[in-house]
Design a protein around this ligand. Structure first.
Ligand code: PHE
Ligand code: ZN
Length: 899
């Protein structure tokens, strides 16, 4: 047993400071697969040579759950030894290239981790990022080893008619015994994490496109035969991505053939394998009957994201996994810009920005304040899979966005150009990227402040920016004083000041934008100014200010910080009504709502005497809702209260039940007091004509959906049956999934009795549609809890014939929807939610550690919980920790939480 444990690799901490260049280079890799679910045979022929810059040493190849059959050097048998999971070869030729041949087998059908080669719906797929290639063959499984690949796939032709790998198809044909083969050659060198193969019964939507330079490319979207009618949107998104990257950054498609393949079993969203992206079906398949507007938008952004990796990630890759944000932060930034650039209306850009910030603040800020906090470029990890986080992705994207803010849009494009000029074909670091952007803009604030700016890469934690305004009526000056600080995070007690770009403006009491004068002898700088903060404390004075202004600070959320400003309600109402910056307009409404939520929570320990929303706020919401020119999408965002998670983050001690009760009470109040306005909003926004998932009509559907939700909520307390009846009717008659699901969730969340028949009907309508069934499960597990009914419902759902713990999407739709997305139902006074959580973490860990470790994070913030929740959560964490043979993935998350 002891030996077994050792052989599977004891947990070790990997440190960025320990990086050393590889001792060998692998120049070419020729892989031959005999695909068989139970026993796939893999022949790996490589040419290697020593890296002359590194002292001579043994060759160490990583492996994981492989059966090793044979090792040959230059065609002859050789001696080797095993060191844990590594295959170690000594006495290799000192000079020149040599050939290494390794023959192994593996069992894809047993691969429930979905890393390496696995089977899903009778087809073969691979997932190699970050360290999955070692589950396919012995290799130097690190991103700075880049090789040329040729791949031969052999399989039964009837069962696996389609055989795909990276690059170009150079040969195919039939073999004996009903088998066939295909040979693929990738024209680009790549790290092994970008290797992919697919084999199975698939069909493709195809499109030929001609690039600006006249070259023709073949685009393909492969899906199961029944899913062809859901591929149009993904293909259109891919075409848009190709066009956009060429237009905005001058980056063309560098392949003759670009393929996307969808699989129902996938740990993440999608994977950017060179020329052969593999996607979770959730981010490919859509038509109006099965997918919501949000699904359509997500598909566009994920297709874009993976495609943009072709340059940022694949052409230039990461030197080591500590540099993960080099490709992920940059590529998220690029997909965000892509989605914004595709918006027809400027207001839709702002809506997209607000949505992105909402994700950052509800997911990344808590991460940055909790036990898993880590810098955008981490210094150490135990399991790299745990570092595919909102910090690496979303905060990383904000860091890139700040660079663009500091050098300007065209300056940033120049920076990208220099980055490719310098590093194309290489494996590099976050420093290399920042340096390129700065060097391309030598006169910019970024170039001048680069070492300090890079603290965004090295220091974890969300900076807090405290601002104060002083108006001097006699001098007609207005001074804004700022001080910044950043809380301690694990391993980082003291933080140095950050470079914080603060976009700001001043708004007059009447709502007019005031012209900004920074020095009296200078002309106005317009009505928006970029202030770049670098000190712990500093201030700026505006002159010729004729009235006491309302400052609009951090416009567009110009830096990922928490801004404290002691606004009066009246000032926030002014910003909500008038600010030219849509982000801050929305933010003002959120601040008002947050303020009254917190007041209710603090003032009324029993939750009963809560004052609720004040009259002015309700009237302001009415004004927004009825506003003649604002977009429906924007209205929907303003009228959606801050989430329970976001409210909880503002508190030092969290009673999730009280947070839930207070927010629900606020929702009921808005439902009641705006009843006529909701009716108006629903009636005027419900009809759309023929369905299109564009931003304008999506916004209208979203607002109609919100209105219906409030109307059903109001009906709850008034025992009105009209609106639930209308919701049921709409649920039945809807010609698209957005309206249908919105109507269904209005019934489910309000707890109306019509929810039951509606859910049953929904299930029978969409029996065969996995992705729609996921919605059916998620809706029930995420349902508003009234009297503790959700947990028993979740347990019942897990016994449903359609439930399958091994399928990550399905597991997420039930377990995560409950544990991570339904705080009011999960944090139970009787601890039963936590008991359920610990059972599921342990069970999932035996199947799929990556998914288990994500679930494990549902209790990240347990130390902030009030009693009895805190003690109960602690018990649950200890119960998980007590299991001896936890995966490294779960072990790392749990031990950090308990530290
Ligand atoms: N690199 C993928 C992306 O962000 C994410 C991913 C990581 C997918 C690891 C699978 C495994 O696009
Ligand atoms: Zn990515």
């Amino acid at each position: 047993m002891l030996q077994l444990l050792e052989a599977s690799g004891a947990a070790t901490t990997v440190r960025r400071a320990d990086y050393s260049a590889p001792a060998f280079w692998i120049d070419t890799v020729a892989l031959t697969f005999d695909l068989d679910p139970a026993k796939t045979r893999v022949l790996n022929k490589m040419t290697l040579r020593r890296n002359p810059e590194v002292p001579a040493q043994a060759l160490r190849l990583d492996g994981d759950e492989l059966n090793l059959a044979r090792v040959l050097i230059n065609g002859a048998g050789c001696s080797f030894k095993m060191d844990g999971n590594q295959l170690v070869l000594e006495n290799l030729p000192q000079e020149g290239a040599f050939e290494l041949e390794i023959f192994t087998t593996c069992a894809p059908i047993k691969n429930t981790k979905l890393m390496g080669l696995y089977v899903s719906n009778d087809s073969f797929f691979t997932q190699c990022e970050a360290e999955g290639f070692r589950r396919i063959t012995y290799f130097m499984d690190r991103p700075d080893v880049m090789a040329s690949y040729s791949v031969t796939l052999r399989a039964d032709k009837a069962k696996y008619p389609v055989l795909l790998s990276n690059g170009n198809l150079v040969e195919q044909g039939d073999l004996e015994d009903g088998r066939h083969f295909a040979r693929w050659v990738d024209p680009h060198k790549k790290p092994c994490y970008l290797f992919a193969l697919v084999a199975g019964k698939l069909v493709a939507r195809e499109q030929r496109i001609v690039a600006r330079n006249g070259k023709e490319h073949l685009l393909q979207v492969y899906v199961r035969p029944g899913d062809m009618d859901k591929t149009e949107h993904a293909m259109q998104s891919l075409i848009n991505s190709v066009i956009w990257d060429e237009a905005r950054f001058g980056l063309p498609l560098d392949l003759e053939r670009f393929m996307i393949v969808a699989t129902s079993d996938f740990n993440m969203g999608a994977m950017e394998n060179k020329g052969l992206n593999i996607f979770n079906t959730k981010y490919v398949l859509a038509n109006q009957a099965t997918a919501t507007d949000v699904d359509f938008a997500n598909i566009e952004s994920v297709v874009g994201h993976e495609y943009f990796h072709n340059w940022t990630g694949n052409r230039i890759t990461c030197r080591d996994w500590f540099q993960l944000s080099l490709k992920e932060g940059l590529t998220v930034f690029r997909d965000q810009e892509f989605s914004m650039d595709l918006c027809a209306e400027p207001s839709a850009r702002a809506v997209k920005r607000i949505e992105d910030v909402r994700v950052l603040r509800t997911a990344q800020f808590p991460e940055d304040a909790g036990p898993m906090a880590h810098p955008v470029r981490p210094d150490s990890y135990i399991e790299i899979n745990n570092f595919y986080t909102v910090t690496i992705y979303e905060k990383g994207a904000e860091v890139v966005r700040m660079m663009q803010t500091l050098v300007g849009r065209s300056g940033f494009a120049k920076g990208m150009a220099l980055y490719f000029e310098r590093f194309d074909g290489q494996a590099v670091t976050c420093d290399d990227f920042a340096q390129a952007v700065a060097d391309a803009n030598p006169d910019s604030a970024l170039a001048k402040l680069l070492p300090q700016f890079k603290r965004w890469y090295s220091q974890a934690g969300t900076p807090r920016l405290q601002a104060r305004g002083d108006y001097n009526a006699a001098e007609r000056t207005y001074t804004l004083s700022f001080s910044q600080s950043c809380p301690a995070t694990p391993g980082q007690d003291n933080k140095e000041p950050f470079v914080i770009p603060v976009q700001l403006g001043l708004v007059g009491a009447s709502g007019a934008a005031l012209p900004l004068h920074i020095q009296s002898d200078l002309a106005s700088v317009g009505d928006s100014h970029l202030l770049v903060l670098t000190q712990a404390s500093e201030s700026i004075t505006f002159e010729n200010v004729n009235e006491e202004p309302v400052p609009s600070i951090l416009r567009g959320f110009s830096a990922p910080v928490i801004l404290d400003f002691d606004y009066t309600d009246a000032q926030l109402l002014t910003l909500l009504a008038h600010d030219h910056d849509p982000f801050n307009r929305w933010e003002a409404g959120q601040r008002l709502a947050l303020r009254s939520a917190i007041q209710s929570i603090v003032d009324s320990p029993d939750g009963i005497r809560a004052k609720g929303l004040n009259h002015a706020y309700v009237e302001a919401m009415r004004a927004v809702l009825r506003h003649p020119t604002l977009d429906a999408a924007f209205k929907e965002l303003v009228l959606t209260l801050p989430s329970e998670t976001y409210i909880a983050e503002q508190l030092d001690v969290v009673d999730p039940q009280r947070v839930h009760a207070v927010r629900e009470a606020m929702r009921e109040q808005l439902a009641r007091e705006l009843l006529a306005d909701w009716e108006w909003a629903f009636e005027t926004h419900k009809a759309n004509g023929s369905y299109r998932p564009d931003t304008l009509s999506s916004g209208r559907r979203a607002l109609a959906g919100l209105a219906l939700n409030y109307l059903c909520l109001a009906a709850r307390s008034s025992e009105d049956t009209v609106w639930p009846g209308k919701a049921y009717q709409r649920f039945k008659d809807a010609d698209n999934m957005t309206d249908r699901l919105n109507a269904l969730s209005a019934l489910v969340h309000s707890g109306h009795e019509l929810a039951k028949p509606a859910l049953a009907r929904f299930h029978s309508l969409f029996k065969g549609e996995e992705l729609v069934l996921d919605k059916w499960f998620a809706l029930q597990a995420g349902c508003c809890d009234r009297g503790g009914q959700v947990l028993p419902a979740v347990r019942a759902l897990m016994k449903h014939a359609d439930f399958n713990l091994k399928n990550p999407n399905r597991a997420r739709s039930v377990i995560f929807s409950y544990c991570s997305a339904n705080p009011g139902a999960f944090h139970r006074g009787d601890a039963a939610g936590y008991v359920f959580w610990s059972e599921q973490v342990l069970e999932l860990d035996t199947i799929n550690p990556q998914v288990a470790a994500r679930l494990a994070r549902a209790l990240d913030r347990w130390k902030k919980l009030a009693e009895p929740f805190k003690t109960a959560a602690h018990e649950a964490l200890k119960r998980v920790a007590a299991k001896a043979d936890l995966s490294n993935d779960v072990r790392e998350v749990i031990s950090r939480a308990l530290a």
